[in-house]
Design a protein around this ligand. Structure first.
Ligand code: NAD
Length: 340
């Protein structure tokens, strides 16, 4: 018998927001009270078709929704009066502009990885620092890339010890639904060195020694990371594989079984027949993992639209102290979402 049901708002029903809304709806200790849109798009209409109450972010846009025949239940401020927490899924760097509104409404808030850690003060990954966020009011779930790094690196730090990491993020150019941005025929390096991913990982794994580079490539499917880790002692490929076998939300794929690129991983994702073909787990190429002495080499792939979704659920649990143990929350979320 569940005693507390946390009332949740989603501010920004886009790529991440709609997935978090559906994931919250599958839990028995939280519920969606409403979601917001800025404009009367097909996503606004589909939110209503799915049974969500729709609220507008900007009151002056209500006539646009009415004209489009899309029923709204009020404004963001109305919605905030009815909830315990808002999951802000606004475009990167926009979410932080909402912080004061949430404070005034007296609701807790989760922000996404597009916001900076410093403005919020707490960052979250289910595996590496759940307990640090117990009872917090404002927390940022780190980005898709940082979540991917945290999932495979944290067990290495915990069980073997890590001296230094060099990692390159090969990032999808845009999400599948974004027809306005590129690159279409180019490879775009991030010239700020290190890329923000390394410093970002330190917000959820304190003191980890990592340098990162990043490039964007013309694909919408996934990010791929190439990672070299200098461990604190000699290890074996089998020891590292066994560690990840026992790590939630990490999955193995095999080149020897024809999974030679992100394309086959997403085909596998489609064959699993999950909502939107989402793959919430980090996909590590098992036959691409090699340990030589104290050096570990590996590749992993990240489904950028969905890996952070279960972390948002665990983050809500931590912030309301519904469950104190991270592994218990991870297991509950995974069961509800049918992952791992
Ligand atoms: P998106 O553009 O798909 O969706 C953003 C939504 O926010 C849209 O529905 C938009 O109408 C709404 N919005 C616009 N202005 C707003 C405002 N001022 N307040 C609230 N909502 C507003 O964006 P997304 O890809 O879902 O990204 C959301 C956040 O999640 C960003 O911080 C991003 O960095 C992070 N993130 C994105 C991905 C990804 O690959 N898409 C992965 C992990 C984390």
């Amino acid at each position: 018998m569940v005693e507390t049901v946390v009332k949740v708002a989603i501010n920004g029903y886009g790529t991440i927001g709609k997935r978090v809304a559906d994931a919250v709806s599958l839990q028995d200790d939280m519920e969606i009270v409403g979601v917001t849109k800025t404009r009367p798009t097909f996503e606004a209409r589909m939110a209503i078709d799915k049974g969500y109450d729709l609220y507008v972010i900007y009151e002056e846009k209500i006539p646009d929704f009415e004209k489009a025949g899309i029923k709204v239940s009020g404004t963001l401020k109305d919605l905030l009066k009815k909830v315990d927490i808002v999951v802000d899924c606004a475009p990167g760097k926009k979410g932080i502009e909402n912080l004061e509104t949430y404070r005034e409404a007296g609701v807790k808030a989760i922000f996404q990885g597009g916001e900076k850690h410093d403005r919020i003060g707490h960052s979250f990954n289910s595996l590496s620092n759940y307990s640090e966020n117990l009872g917090s009011d404002y927390v940022r779930v780190v980005s898709c890339n940082t979540t991917g790094l945290a999932r495979t690196i944290f067990p290495l730090v915990r069980d073997i010890g890590v001296e230094r990491i060099y990692a390159t993020m090969i990032r999808r150019g845009v999400d599948p639904n974004d027809s306005k941005k590129g690159p279409v025929n180019a490879i775009t390096p991030v010239l700020k060195v290190p890329s923000h991913h390394g410093p970002d990982l330190k917000t959820v794994i304190e003191g980890v020694n990592i340098d990162t580079l990043a490039v964007a490539v013309p694909t919408t499917l996934m990010h791929v990371h190439t990672i070299i880790v200098k461990l604190k002692r000699d290890s074996t490929t089998e020891e590292v594989l066994e560690l990840w076998r026992n790590t939630p939300r990490v999955n193995f794929v095999k080149g020897s079984e024809g999974i030679i690129s992100s394309a086959q991983i997403m085909e596998m994702g489609r064959d699993l027949i999950r909502p939107r073909s989402d793959l919430n787990e980090i996909q590590v190429w098992e036959d691409g993992v090699h340990v030589v002495g104290d050096h570990l080499y590996y590749y992993q792939a990240i489904h950028q639209e969905s890996d952070v979704v279960p972390e948002n659920i665990d983050c809500i649990r931590a912030m309301f102290e519904l469950i104190d143990d991270n592994m218990e929350s991870i297991e509950k979320t995974n069961r509800a979402l049918g992952i791992n």
